[in-house]
Design a protein around this ligand. Structure first.
Ligand code: UD1
Ligand code: MG
Length: 461
């Protein structure tokens, strides 16, 4: 169910498209559902239906690649009405229908699987939880041990409101029965809504067993209704990831100051200082150290490499024992070999640097192939763009590029070449020789610095 408005988000975007750890709330739910299908006999026959309404176009576009189909609910007349819209899309071949909420993102696949198992195609299984403050939730009503109904908070008596066992909004139901029940719902209640929860009493009347399946932890069933709740769930999720990493041996300076917005794979003896942000898929080899305040997206960092503070890496490969930063930027296509050094305020884009090459200060390497042991001087840049096209710079092994050089691509510096500081190199430089391309230094004997003419009456003498 993803049709609700989310008024309290106070946002133009539909609530279920707000992001948690880099993925939309709805995407988290879809991913949990997709993982549930893996390995089941009926994987190919199973179907995911997303019920959209508020911001339907945007929501459907956002999950177009998920393989889900869509049922539109306009207007939104309650959760029972929402499921009514999906009825034509529910396959009788699937014995169990699992209902999840698009704004409850941290439901785990194992919990959803347990709910499906509790249903088993024959029972109505409700995911429940005990809350100290159950205000707003539907309460589980029991007779003896047996569940016999859910009463919504707004319809509940004072005695019913004192019940702490609540319905989380997630259930698994026998498909054929669910279809029949939801089509028979009325809206004679405090909110004039079609309550999905009214099917519990219908199941009881039909002699279908109703089972309450308790959620293993509160975080899995918390919904997002406001920016405060979104941030709270983000921190809970990040703390879970931090703990999982530490249990695998990663040393975090502070588990509360780590953000993984994607997947982080770590070898052994990895150390991560505070405020690191990992995005997309990042792999850190054995013994990697990440300094404070680094942002690393879609990257592979080789064993023993050290990323110093305030470094930004995206779409790059860093070789083993390389040193990067502080304040370095590796852009897509940067591939650093083993033992490469990239220092402060150095930008590398779409360039390969072979083993032991160094660019330690204030420089740019774009569209370059850099050989082994090259020393690339402070302030040097590749002029790789002529205003229309990008061109390559090829720098051989053991080249020494002095400070403040401009390498106008396409250009090749032969193995062992030395480029004098301040040179603008627009033609290939031969191997093993010194090439200098700058105005010759001259001193003009007897030259006098101009003086200001004295203004009349402005001085004492
Ligand atoms: C619902 C349950 C309540 C439960 C609570 C848990 C009903 C009647 N009540 O209450 O027992 O304790 O969840 O959070 O089901 N939605 C639609 N279309 C609609 C209405 C809602 O798609 O017309 C979607 C919402 O976007 C949301 C979900 O259904 O993802 C739940 O809706 P919400 O309004 O939060 O339900 P509650 O009334 O809080
Ligand atoms: Mg709600």
């Amino acid at each position: 169910m993803a049709a609700g408005k989310g008024t309290r988000m106070k946002s133009a975007a539909p609530k279920v498209l707000h992001r948690l750890a880099g993925r939309s709330l709805l995407q988290h739910v879809l991913d949990a559902a997709a993982a549930l299908r893996v390995g089941t006999d009926q994987a190919s026959a199973n179907r995911t239906v997303v019920i959209t309404g508020h911001g339907a176009d945007a929501v459907e576009a956002a999950c177009a690649g998920s393989g889900a189909c869509f049922a539109r609910q306009m207007p939104q007349l309650g959760t029972g009405h929402a499921v009514q819209q999906a009825v034509p899309l529910l396959l009788d071949a699937n014995p169990t229908t699992l209902i999840l909420n698009g704004d409850v993102p941290l439901i785990r696949t194992t919990t959803a699987a347990a709910l499906v198992a509790a249903c088993g195609g024959t029972r109505l299984a409700l995911l429940t939880i005990d809350l100290a403050d159950a205000t707003g939730y539907g309460r589980i009503l029991r007779e003896g041990d047996a569940v016999h109904a859910i009463v919504e908070h707004k319809d509940a008596s004072a005695a019913q409101r004192s019940i702490g066992e609540v319905y989380t909004g997630m259930m698994a139901a026998p498909t054929a029965l669910l279809k029949r029940w939801v089509m028979a719902l009325g809206n004679d209640n405090a909110q004039r809504e079609y309550y999905l929860t009214d099917i519990v009493a219908m199941a009881v009347a039909d002699g279908v067993p109703v089972v309450a399946s308790p959620a293993p932890q509160e975080t899995e069933v918390l919904g997002v209704n406001s920016p405060v709740q979104l941030a709270d769930l983000e921190r809970r999720y990040q703390l879970q990831q931090a703990h999982a990493l530490m249990e695998a041996g990663v040393r975090l300076a502070d588990p509360a100051r780590l953000d993984v917005r994607g997947t982080l794979h770590c070898g052994s003896d990895v150390e991560i200082d505070i405020n690191a942000v990992f995005d997309g898929t990042v792999t850190l080899g054995d013994g990697v150290r990440i300094g404070a305040n680094c942002v690393i997206r879609d990257a592979q960092i080789g064993a023993g490499a050290v990323i110093h503070p305030f470094t930004h890496i995206e779409g790059a490969v860093v070789g083993s024992a390389a040193l990067v930063g502080p304040f370095a930027r590796l852009r897509p296509g940067a591939e650093l070999g083993a033992e490469v050094h990239i220092g402060n305020f150095v930008e590398v884009k779409n360039s390969t640097l072979a083993r032991g090459a160094k660019a330690n200060h204030l420089s740019y390497l774009g569209d370059a192939t850099v050989g082994e042991r090259v020393n690339y001087g402070a302030g040097s840049i590749t002029a790789n763009y002529d205003g229309a096209n990008k061109h390559r710079t090829v720098i051989g092994n053991d080249v020494h590029v002095g400070s403040n050089c401009v390498l106008v691509a396409p250009v090749t510096l032969g193995d062992g070449a030395t480029i004098g500081g301040g040179s603008t190199i627009a033609k290939d430089a031969p191997a093993g020789q010194l090439t200098v391309a700058r105005a010759r230094q001259a001193t003009l004997p007897g030259w006098q610095r101009p003086k200001k003419a004295a203004k009349a009456g402005s001085t004492a003498d």
